[in-house]
Design a protein around this ligand. Structure first.
Ligand code: NI
Ligand code: MN
Length: 226
């Protein structure tokens, strides 16, 4: 069984066969968060890009739990300089088979500067293959025609930003669903602040009217199982 838990913003836990993955752990300073950085015990932390609302509490959680952090090379190097011991650097287009499954970093159009101004490399999305389940987390990104490449992957669940302003908004996210053709869409990166306020149910209605995908709107700390 695979379980996807939304912690607000683009912070997700994915549990699969007894392994816990934590993506973009943003708890401190996240107005949408209902749990704290001390409530999570990941085996691995995956980071899409260097922005503070994605790197978030990675250093604290990695040091406390001993989790291995998977990210692009620049962020992995920065984390090592912060004293994080276990990192696995990757880069866009590369994939690696971890004990829990395969991770591939995909193209995202966005920025990636780190909280202290260090260069964070290129932002990425994540394509996760966990047993026979494929999950695509777009990260922070614009709509990109490169997403059409994912239609061949048989994505089960696509996590897409819909907040607008910093990332795709709902109109482009509906187009992304048409490009990716996932079975299920989970909207994220919205309603954290007023600037990215969106109605996820209006998005869900459009997705389910205009595409074959089902849209699952999670409450914060809500879970979707497949
Ligand atoms: Ni960002
Ligand atoms: Mn962001």
């Amino acid at each position: 069984m695979t379980r996807i838990i939304w912690h607000g913003h683009l912070t997700f836990t994915i549990q699969h066969d007894g392994v816990t993955l934590l993506i973009d752990p943003f708890f401190d300073g996240n107005p949408a968060a209902k749990i704290s950085k001390d409530d999570v015990k990941p085996d691995y932390i995956l980071i899409t890009h260097g922005h503070g609302d994605h790197v978030g509490d990675t250093v604290y959680i990695a040091k406390k739990t001993g989790a291995t952090v998977i990210s692009n090379f620049e962020i992995a190097t920065w984390l090592q300089n912060q004293g994080v011991e276990k990192v696995h650097p990757m880069h866009i287009g590369g994939s690696h088979a971890f004990p829990f499954g395969r991770v591939k970093l995909t193209i995202a159009h966005h920025g990636s500067i780190l909280p202290d101004g260090s260069y964070g490399g290129n932002p990425a999305g994540l394509l996760l293959t966990l047993g026979d389940v494929k999950i695509y987390d777009a990260g922070d990104t614009a709509l990109t025609y490169d997403m059409t490449l994912l239609a061949d992957e048989g994505v089960d669940v696509a996590i897409l930003p819909i907040g607008d302003n910093f990332t795709m908004g709902p109109d482009d996210a509906v187009k992304a669903v048409k490009f990716i053709k996932p079975k299920v869409v989970i909207p994220a990166h919205y309603n954290t602040w007023d600037l990215i306020a969106q109605d996820p149910y209006a998005f869900k209605a459009r997705v389910e009217k205009e595409t074959d995908a089902k849209c699952v709107v999670l409450d914060v700390e809500g879970a979707y199982e497949l």
